[in-house]
Structure formats: C-alpha cells, structure tokens
Ligand binder design. Sequence first.
Ligand SMILES: Nc1ncnc2c1ncn2[C@@H]1O[C@H](COP(=O)(O)OP(=O)(O)OP(=O)(O)O)[C@@H](O)[C@H]1O
Length: 713
Amino acid sequence: MPTIIMGKLASKIDGSVRGKAMTFLQKLGVDDATPGLHIEPIQHSADPRVRTGRVDEFWRAVMFRLDGDGETHYVIHGIWPHDDAIAIAQRVCLKVNPINGLPQIEEIELPAAAVPTPPAGKVSLRQAKPLFARLGHERVDLVERLGLPQAIVDEAFVAPDEDAMLDLAQQHEGWIGTILVDLAAGDDIDAIVQRMELEKVSSSGNDDADMLQSLKRPAAALQYAFIGDQEELRRVIEGGDFGAWRVFLHPEQRRYVGRSYSGPFRLSGGAGTGKTVVLVHRARALARRDPQARIVLTTFTTNLAEALGDSLTQLDPRVPQAKALGETGVYVTGVDALAAAVLRTAGRGLSPAMREVLGEERSTPLARTAPTRWREVVESTGTALPPELANETFLAAEYAHVVLPNKLHDETGYLRVRRPGRGVALDRAKRRAVWALVEAYRARCRADGSLDFTEAAAVAAAHLMASDARPADHVLVDEGQDLSPTHWLLLRAVVGEHPDDLFIADDSHQRIYGSQVVLGRYGVAIVGRSQRLTLNYRTTAQNLHYAMTILDGGRYTDLQDEPDSTGYRSARTGPVPVIETVDSLAEEVAVIVRHVRAWLDAGDPLENVAVLVPDRYHRDRVVTALTDAGVDARAVDRDRPPADRVPVLTMHRAKGTEFPKVVLEIGKPSPSELERLESLDPSERADAELRARSLRYVAATRARDALVVVDRR
Ligand SMILES: Nc1ncnc2c1ncn2[C@@H]1O[C@H](COP(=O)(O)OP(=O)(O)OP(=O)(O)O)[C@@H](O)[C@H]1O
C-alpha cells in the first residue's frame, strides 16, 4: 500500500474540490493502480519521479513517486486545474538540498521573479541599506551554510525592511520561509543551524532513499507530513490552512512534543508562539507512547480547559479523553476543577488533610467561599493594619503565598515564617494584626462550611500527599503563569517524581490573575529544563509590534525568578493597527459599532469579528449598541464563542481565544477601581499595574489579522 506524504501546499486545496481530493487520495493510499486514478508520468518532465493523477475531469494532482523502504511513496505537491497541473508537473523537481539536507522544490524556467525594489521616496537615509545588509548577514553564509537558494538570497538582499522580508518569506512555504523570518529578526547563522537541525548529508547512492530520509528530517515537518491513515488524511484535507497546526510543526515544536525529560520541563513563549499546540500534541504523543498512561492536561480556567479539550479532539478524536481523574487517557480539566475532583473522591476521608492545612476540624466542604469574604472580614473587624494592608488584594495574596503553602495554624507559626517574594515587609505587630484577620476569615468559612479555591487546592494536595498513590503519570499545564502556589502543590501531588512528570507552558507577560510564583518553592524543580518559543504564528508583525509596546518598561519575572525577555517575531504581515482615541464612553461605543459594521459590510462573517472589553458593564453596553445597530452580537461568558454572532468578551475571558479581526476597548478604570489601586501598598500597586498591562497585551494578541484599539484620552 503506498504511503501518502502530504505537502503543505497540497493541504490548502480549494474548498470545492476537497471531497473529490479526499476520495482520490484515499484510493491512492490503498492501491495506485486503481482504475480511474490514472497515475501517469509526464513526458519531458524536469523530474522523472513526477506523476499526475486524475481527481475528476477538471482537476489533476501533481505528485512525486518515491520507491524506498520497500514501499511506494507519493509526495503530494498540489491539486490544480488540468492544464495548470500539467505545466507545473513538467517543471517541478523535488531535491535534497545539498547543504542542509532538507527537501526542496525547484521549478525549472521560473517565471521572472518580482524582485522587490525599495519604494521611491519612502526609504529614509538611515534605511537606505537593505535590511539584511543592515543586520550584517553575508550572502555566502545564507547560501553555503543555510542552503538558501541563490535566487531567493538575491531577492532577500534587496528587501528594504522587515515588511518586505516577511512578504518574501510568506511566498515560501516550509523551511525557506521560516529561515527568512529568523534572519529578518536578526538571528545569527549558528543559532538557526542549531534550531532547525540543519546538517549536510552524504548520498547513499539511492536517490529515492535519500529523498525519504530528507523528508523525515525534523525541519521537513514544517512542510511535509507522513499520513498514517485515512482518518488523518481526512483531517488534513478538511483542516486546510487553519488546521496546519495539527500537521506541520516547527522542528522546535516537534522536539518538545516528543522528547523525554528527566523531570519537570518548562516551555515559555510569547502569545501565539504555539505553546498550547505543543501541549496538545504532547498529550497525544504520551497517550500513544503508553495507552495505559493517565495524563492530566490542565490550565487555569474551565473555559480554557474546554478549549484544550476541543483542540485535542480536533487533533485526534481517537485519543481517549478520560472522564475522571485516575482513568487512563487524557483528563482535560481546569486546575480548580481538578482540586474539586480530588476532594469529591476523598469524601469523608478528607479530615486529616483539612487538619493538616487549616489546623482545625472541618466537615466535607459544602460551598465555595464568597470572593468578597476578605472584604467583609476587614470591614467587620476592627483592625490596626493600615489601609494598604487591610485590603482584599494584600490579604488574599498573603494567604495564598505564605499562610497556606506553609500550613500555618497559629500566630506563633506566622510570626516565624519566612515570606520570600512578598514585596511588603511586616513587623511583628503587623504580622499579629494580619493573623487576627486570617483567624476571622477561617472562622467565617468554618461557619458556612466553605473553602476558597486556594484552600481547596491545598487540602487536595495534602490529601494526595498523605497516600502513596498518584492519580496521574503525566501532568501537562497551560497558562502556568496564572497558577497559585497551592495549585502547584496540588499538581506536584497528583503526579509522582519521575521522568516526564510535569510539562509546563507559560508566559510571564500574560499573568493576569494572581501574584508571581517561583516554582522551586513548591516542589517543582526545573533546573536547566527550560526553553522558549519565539516564532509567533497567530499575530501579524504589525499587531505584534503594537502588543510589545504595551509591555515596554514593565519588569517581568518568570516562574524561575529570572527576568523574562521578549524578542518575538511573526511570520505574517498585515495592516497597521488602528488606534482611535476618544473622550467618552458614548464615543467608544460609537467607534466600536462603526468598525464592526465596516468589516461586516466588507463581507466578514460575524464570528470573524470580536469585540474585547474591560468588564461586564462595558460588554453589555457594547452588545446593546451593536444590536441596536442591527448587528447580531452576543456576550460570551461561560459558553464558547458562538458560530454566527459577533462575540463580545471581557479581556479576561478572551484569554486563549483568537479571531481574525478584533476591536479592543481599553476603557478607563472606574473611580472606585482607582481608589482601590491608590490604597494598595506600592509593591502590590506595581504588581496590579503590571497585570493590567498584561491584560492589554493578552487582548491585543488575540487578533490574527486586523486590530482596532479604542483608547481614552
Ligand atoms: N506549526 C504551526 N503551524 C501553523 N500554525 C500554528 C503552528 N503552531 C501554532 N500555530 C497556530 O498559532 C496560533 C497560536 O498557537 P497557540 O494557541 O498554541 O499559541 P500559544 O503560545 O498557546 O498562545 P497564547 O499564549 O496566546 O494562548 C494558533 O492559531 C495555532 O493554530
């Protein structure tokens, strides 16, 4: 049975021919002699391995036939109308690049390439030199060390700026486009050689066998996928360009998907660099490696977990998704739901863990503590603490970062405990006053039988730690930057310490919930097992530049207490973001309606256009205004974004989503919010401001193509 190797170009088949292409490729995968397929060589073709096949009377597939590994393989190059297909088949060659060992398509008699020339009058004196010359790249290195074709290097060396380079990169699928983007970002040759695992190969004397080896190289996976079975074939064809993440992984992504690590591993990377894609692929890879494995795939919220589950199903519906913790397969869940699952299963057996964490007898938790509880405690208890400490923000963070992880039960313990990473210094009197509030908080929670989220995770962790049983073999975590200390204690307790125990994806620039956490303090020792993704797949270079300016000047520290860097690049270009600055809420809403209308009038489907807003109040106003303007809009809360409405989401809810076009309403903090911020201790205020920036960064990076930002003067 022939093997199908799908080229990325071929996966972007015209929608009208997908069904027939599927039937054609299915038959080809079973028997290339099936009547009606007409697999034929082409006379005078540049590559003798080229074949055409009949998809229907109008469409033809262009392929390369390789005979190696004792089998026949077809590399599917593309599907075109008959005459075009014949012309392409005559001139394409599939070769092994002699410098880097990767597969390369060459076209004989290339149509004269449009060599970009610097637009007259637009180039400033400083930019008079083309980009690559300014970056210090040498032609000879690009050709002789990276293996880029000379003609493309010539084009690259006249590209005046990054936009022109990205346009050129977009014309070249696979490793060529990817290397051009890396070069445009200023990467040096050695770094690219290493990242892409480029190496010269010696010929075995058998061209087809060499070609197959080349197609199996890690960087070839950017462009070619070996199709395992018919189901996979269907997903590749139906996915088209939007399904590319399922099939064509960057060599770095592939490495993190498949590699084994001796302990916890951390993969960081900016918004849209494919961290979630790696996690979902890795979950599948682990499930395939050991079908008995119990894998937990978790993230901060239930909404994000739902999206992870959906992606796993899209990637491969055959991967079993476990219904409960401890079952084989992939258990996809929000981290608080994971804690709740442990508590539920433990039932009455929780008492020892309650005692260990809270130092008191508690019955099985009946409810979730109201989020306003700290405020109620402060307001109803006469406290000597100054306002910058007697507030919900400080107390909740102190409880989550100091009291619970240290299992403190009394004032004596709290007076002695170390508080690393807590910006606010506390003398003895203040510690006493804080502890009095903690006691009041616990007393109220005991009275209504409730646990808050951080307590629930701490109790669940203690319960699991008390037994030797670990309900998971592998834990994969997304949005790691948002998890609190007791979440980490829980995850550490869910999985034993062994190779491939924890795999964590995070981006410190996207921390929008709690305070910064240092993993090493909670039993998660990364030590040397940490890598970063830098290529943004989602956002255009223009939107990415805008988003990065939001972070400028902020000091970000990662999960290992190191300063986090930026340095992300995008492989796509698009329009420059439009920034509208207005004076009032009414104007904000009017501008939002105007942009949404314009996109819809230009033919965008409703679900392509999203509006992101600061909070529910703004959300409801925007939905009403859009509805009044005749736009079918829907506030998105716990449910998934609807398929046939303009979704309106808070920036928090927008985490983990993406849309082709986005209007982002920055909004203005309310007077009460300003007052709250004003009352915080300076270090807490600085952190709140950092989170507010991060929230805007998260929101701005949800746009794939077009972004409009509505800001207040
Ligand atoms: N190898 C790939 N080929 C094509 N598209 C990809 C690839 N990897 C990722 N993408 C696409 O890039 C986008 C961002 O990927 P993903 O959501 O995994 O990034 P992320 O780093 O988790 O982002 P964020 O932190 O913003 O949530 C998605 O649309 C995804 O499909």
